[in-house]
Design a protein around this ligand. Structure first.
Ligand SMILES: [Zn+2]
Length: 86
């Protein structure tokens, strides 16, 4: 494989695995306004049934890991995504 920038053959391909964990952070404004009474309600009505549900039904955890191939040129330092066909 050749570097797309300088044409060098000294290209290092790295496999990068990404696990995207999205946790929504709640703002202080949220807690000041509705969070303080919505959260316990949500906890009672959503989290508790969920916990009970999870107690009886085994978890099926799907780990979604994205793997990307990144080529890094050893000469000029250019890096780019490698297409899956490689
Ligand atoms: Zn290069």
């Amino acid at each position: 494989m050749k570097c797309r920038k300088c044409g060098s053959e000294q290209v290092n391909v790295q496999v990068v695995s990404e696990t995207t964990l999205k946790t929504r952070r709640k703002t202080w404004l949220y807690w000041l306004t509705i969070g303080w009474f919505i959260e316990p309600l949500l906890w009672i009505f959503l989290t508790l049934p969920k916990l009970i549900y999870e107690l009886f039904i085994p978890k099926r955890v799907k780990l979604k890991t994205k793997t990307r191939k990144i080529a890094v040129c050893q000469v000029c330092g250019e890096s780019w995504d490698v297409k899956a066909s490689l």
